[in-house]
Design a protein around this ligand. Structure first.
Ligand code: BMA
Length: 379
């Protein structure tokens, strides 16, 4: 009897091992909730499910700001997004608000609330240029070199990384559980607009910047609740996608950002968006699968969504053909004070694309927060 029970347990164990064999997993230096989240993401990805995200979703929308419980996505679909994106630019300057005016204490509380409800958090950081004192959008050659050991801004920059670590460490519940974060530093590095982009630093310098970031946050500060997301803008080959990849031990997900633009010119229009992104998503997933990592479309959208059926005619077919773990739509800022232009990527109640966004929301394999709970995401 005992013997057959043992055989049964061994058989069951092998079966379970076979089911998860080859599936990406986090190393032991992460919290149980972070490992559980990553395991669920891997499983959902295998099932072809795609989680939908939105930047600053519960902070403000096209016609409102800081009203508790509100969300443009929820007002259209009845559900919050599955992934909540937040931005830390200006944290390094000890500012109370980020560069888009979101107060950090407000952000912290919304992050903890989303975690408790089973939604997923991703964070980006448009850190100022530490060499020139200008914004992140100051692609001055030599900036990355200046923050590396021996560089003139190294001490200043290490201080910034410690402020970043302080904020990330403060994302915890009253019981002291740290909120897992998909952290996506030094994003869009194949572009030419940030001080860490490919036109102003070598692949080696970029990898050193990444390595130093992981070393301070994960090794020196001991943060175990981060999932490291490597992110490019456009790329034209696997070699280009991975040119600045700092190594398997320092990355957990790989992703890229790409938007649709108006018009029929080169680099714009629906056909172009679909063709470019089908090819890129295919290369991304192949690279992720062969590296044992997970893929994501970390930012996308079509500003003001001028095509009423963009959701089911453009984005949905792309995701059904090339599933990724998650897709994040950029922020619903509304009218920009400096340009007077409308800047939003998710529909709001009454928007012409809202009915189609509801059809998108109801489509098979498209996941919003109503399908998640704390237990299904973090246990
Ligand atoms: C950009 C725009 C800016 C914003 C920045 C950081 O794409 O939305 O208005 O400041 O992201 O969130």
């Amino acid at each position: 009897m005992l013997f057959s029970k043992h055989i049964f347990i061994i058989l069951l164990g092998s079966l379970l091992a076979a089911c998860t064999w080859g599936q990406p997993a986090l190393p032991p230096n992460r919290t149980p909730a972070t490992k559980a989240l990553y395991g669920h993401l891997a499983q959902w990805y295998r099932q072809g499910k795609v989680l939908i995200g939105h930047q600053d979703d519960v902070a403000y929308g096209v016609n409102w700001q800081y009203q508790p419980g509100r969300s443009d996505v929820k007002e259209v679909t009845g559900a919050y997004p599955a992934v909540h994106g937040w931005e830390l630019g200006n944290l390094e300057l000890d500012s109370v608000r980020n560069l888009d005016k979101v107060p950090f204490p407000f952000m912290r509380q919304r992050i903890i609330d989303a975690y408790q409800a089973g939604a997923i958090i991703t964070i980006s950081w448009h850190a100022n240029n530490p060499m020139t004192g200008q914004s992140a959008w100051d692609p001055k050659a030599g900036t990355v070199a200046s923050v590396l050991p021996g560089g003139s801004r190294h001490q200043l920059f290490v201080g910034w990384l410690h402020k970043l670590a302080d904020f990330l460490a403060s994302l915890e519940t009253k019981n002291g559980e740290k909120v897992p974060v998909l952290f996506r530093p030094w994003h869009e590095q194949t572009g030419n607009w940030f001080w860490w982009c490919q036109n102003v630093c070598t692949p080696e310098e970029f990898k050193q910047l990444w390595t130093m970031t992981v070393d301070i946050l994960q090794n020196k500060r001991g943060l175990k609740h981060l999932i490291w997301v490597y992110d490019t803008a456009e790329f034209n080959s696997t070699a280009h996608l991975l040119e600045r990849y700092p190594g398997n031990a320092l990355v957990d997900m790989i992703s890229f950002d790409n938007y649709q633009y108006d018009g029929n010119g080169v680099g714009s229009g629906t056909a172009r968006y679909l063709a470019d992104n089908s090819r890129r998503l295919q290369l991304l997933s192949q690279a992720a699968d062969s590296l044992g990592k997970l893929p994501a479309l970390a930012e996308t959208g079509y500003e003001t969504i001028p095509q009423n059926e963009w959701w089911t005619q453009t984005l949905l077919p792309l995701l059904q053909q090339h599933p990724v773990c998650y897709v994040l739509l950029w922020r619903n800022a509304g009218k920009m004070p400096d340009t007077g232009k409308m800047h939003y990527y998710a529909p709001y109640a009454g928007h012409a694309s809202a009915p189609d966004f509801v059809r998108f929301f109801k489509s098979p394999n498209i996941v919003f927060a109503n399908q998640l709970s704390h237990a299904t995401t973090y246990q």
